[in-house]
Structure formats: C-alpha cells, structure tokens
Design a protein around this ligand. Sequence first.
Ligand code: 13P
Ligand code: SF4
Length: 297
Amino acid sequence: MEDEIRALKTKKNAIVLVHNYQPMEIQALGDVVGDSLQLAVEARRAEADLIVICGVQFMAETAKILNPERKVVIPVPDAGCPLADFLTPEMIQEAKKRYPDAAVVVYVNSTAEAKALADITCTSANAVQIVASLPNDTILFGPDANLAAYVQRELPDKTIIPLPPGGHCYVHTGFTLADVEAARKKGSMIVCHPECPPEIQEQADLIMSTGGMIQGAIGGDEPWSIFTEREVVSRLRVLYPGRVFYEKPEAVCADMKKISLVDLKRALEREEHEIVLSREVMNRAHRAIERMIAVGT
Ligand code: 13P
Ligand code: SF4
C-alpha cells in the first residue's frame, strides 16, 4: 500500500501535507509534516498539480485559499474541527457593530466564511505576535477562548474579547489539574498547547504550538509531559529516541484519525474530495491569511 501511494504521488505530481496529529502511517508518507502554520506556508508555495491535505477541513480550505489555482483535496470529506464550528459569521458581524474600533483576529481553526470577515488570521504558533502587531487596543478573538486567554496574559495592555466566550477544543479542555499533578510526580516538565485551559497554562513550563514542541525538543534531555493530542508524542519518540515523553492516552482528536492509508490512496487515484469555495469568500479570506503570513511565520 505504501509503495502504491508513493508511485501515485509521482504519477499525479502530488504533494502530501500532513498535520502532526495524523496517524503515524500517514505521517510517514507526508512530503511535509507540521503544524497549521507550516502546512499553510507549504501549501502556499506548492507547485504540484495536486495538493493532498491529511488533516481536517479548515487546513484544506486554508491551502485552497492560499493556492487557488491548484487542485486541493482532503481524503475524507467529513474530517472537521468542532472548535471551528463555534464561530459563526453572524457572531463576528454583531460583535463588529458593538466594538467598531476593535480588530478581528480569527484563529485558523475556523471556517472560510469566518476568515473572510477577519482583519487578520493567526495560528497557535504566532497568535501573540499577530495581536501585538495590531495598533488596536481592543481585539475580537475567536473561536478559541483559551488561546484568547493566553494572548491576553502575554499582552496585558490589550483588551482581548473572546468570540464566543466559551469556544474550546474538547481534546485540550480534557487536560486537568490531576494531569498536572501526575506529570509533576513523574518529574517531568509540562509542555502544553495554548488551547489548554488557563489553569493548565499557568502550571505549564512551556506553552507551544505542535510545531513548536517538535522543534523545541531538539535541545535538552529532561522528560516532557505533552499536553496536546497524543500523536505528537508518537512523533517526538520517533524523532528523539533517546528522550522520555509522556502522553495522555485519552487525548485523541477523533476527526484527525479518520484518514486511513486506503483513503489516502483513493484521494490520489480519484483526486477527491476536492475543496471548492466561493470566489468571494476565498478572496476575502486570502487577504486575512496573507496579512498573517506577512507578519509572522
Ligand atoms: P497547531 O497549529 O499547533 O498544529 O494546532 C492545530 C490544532 O488543531 C490544535 O488542536
Ligand atoms: Fe480541532 Fe481540537 Fe482536533 Fe485541533 S485537536 S483539530 S482544535 S478538534
């Protein structure tokens, strides 16, 4: 199966971009494996005829928006992100009326329609840098309220208004103070994703995007407890076999596990499922994502 997939990649002149949460057998076939920001940057400069995104819907939409002339497909059409669904265009429009002087910052874990209403997008890797770059004192920030709280903590002079107030990722809100205690008992450092709740962030030694964790683990030799989706730990163990990493076995993003090798092969063979977005939404979302890339990659 792996050989057939490799042969299809060559035959179709395809590039396969894989998120850090994907199953390891899919990661092994990726031309690039990375966090949301890395995948967006790679998709933007891709010259392949076919871009296959092994991740969730918003990642494939972002790739299409950044490289609209290419065919972009996702192997499973219903791999979504429940966090993205928290923020509707109507919420943004209403909030803009209430706070006319505020800037709208939309996390890439969002729909294309929400991005189209943003002044600028951000990822977990650059959220602080993006908000700091804006002249506005008040920032409407969605859909992740925990990432909003992280940015607020880092930039106390700004007023960050989460949109909606309770937007969250169920994988990351699954981390509790009991996990913190267990990690400390093991003598490990706590490395958490900024989608974790504020009480976990306060206890963490490092707060990073998934790509930040992969790169940040290069130096150092202390054990790390990883507070994000557990596949990141599988990847860290492959990359750094000499180091000790602990995962939370229950921290699984169900949508990220929907893509199998069979799905990837079919996606390459049939060039499906193609991402199709309205030109108007793409153009407006493009502006917001390009602004982000210009400020912080
Ligand atoms: P990263 O950009 O850190 O990979 O995060 C994406 C994501 O979906 C986190 O749950
Ligand atoms: Fe969305 Fe959470 Fe899955 Fe990330 S881990 S893709 S935020 S549901």
